[in-house]
Design a protein around this ligand. Sequence first.
Ligand code: AMP
Length: 356
Amino acid sequence: MPPLPPGSVIGILGGGQLGRMLAMAGAQLGFDVHIYDPDPRAPAARVAARHAAAPWEDEGAVHAFAARCAVVTYEWENVPETALQAAAGAAPLRPGARSLDLTRDRVTEKRFARDCGVSTVDFAAVDDADSLQAALARTGYPALLKTRRLGYDGKGQAWIRSAADTEAALAAMGGAPAILEAAADFARELSVVAARGADGAFAAWLPGENIHAGGILRETRAPAALSQAVRDEALRIARAIGEGMQHVGVLAVELFEMADGRLLLNEIAPRVHNTGHWTMDACACGQFEQHMRAVAGWPLGPAAAHSRAVMTNLIGADVDAWPALIAEPGARLHLYGKREARPGRKMGHVTRLTPI
Ligand code: AMP
């Protein structure tokens, strides 16, 4: 596919805050961005050229949406497979279905990572009480039971600290296929956000350090202070995963840094990622612009950081602090246009910059 000329239509499946920031970056590059999201008040819809508000199950609507687009991308890895197929039948899909197929299921994802020469925590697939017992014999306590699919922000997860927890943990999976993971006694959580171009070019931002609370990302500090060896290994992992998926666009790898410096892969996101939000303010080219460049077949932009950044998510009522945040020198405020600040809901983020 030749590079798309400005004025081309890029479609995004999913209209949350990631779609919103992608749409704004796409507009900056001269594209018309169309959003597909069932929610008539989807955050991305209010900044996009067009919004198709139809159910994911309406394959005809997805197909018609994609037929207007020169390329279709996604901001959400849980777009139903039938919708993806309907879109792919009418327009090129970037990243391709392979990126989603390899990352949608936590067991497939970890096996793929290992095939790419990337270490993960010990894990086993769990379908019932018997397979859970066998898995626990392997991981020991504590261990973390997670649904294989559709988990995000720590949802669909249950710690098993002793045999007494097993029944409740299994019940918490609601009968869905699960994965048991050994507890990673990590020193820090890191992530690498990177991009692979349609021509196979690769560009990565420096790793960031991530602070989670209650399974939700609170803060990313970037670039993280790392030894050269750990930094090189983190970047090698991101590249190996991107190559292995034959990915086109931005991806993120979430890593556990162990006390001895070993890196274990926790999760792959085949899309722009919350831990990459700092790049839009602190780097020559941020993740949202980079993704739109990649899916349009344009050259990747420079990922070099010109500032240090601390990115803080504004969760629920945190957003009420906006008058102080917008007045703060060195702080870049991003609000997602969500009407209702429910607890645990990501309402915006603020990135505080200091020169490198
Ligand atoms: P996830 O949804 O898999 O990204 O998990 C959300 C958060 O739970 C991670 O960022 C970690 O803080 C924690 N977590 C996930 N898996 C493990 C694990 N195997 N060991 C220890 N902590 C974990």
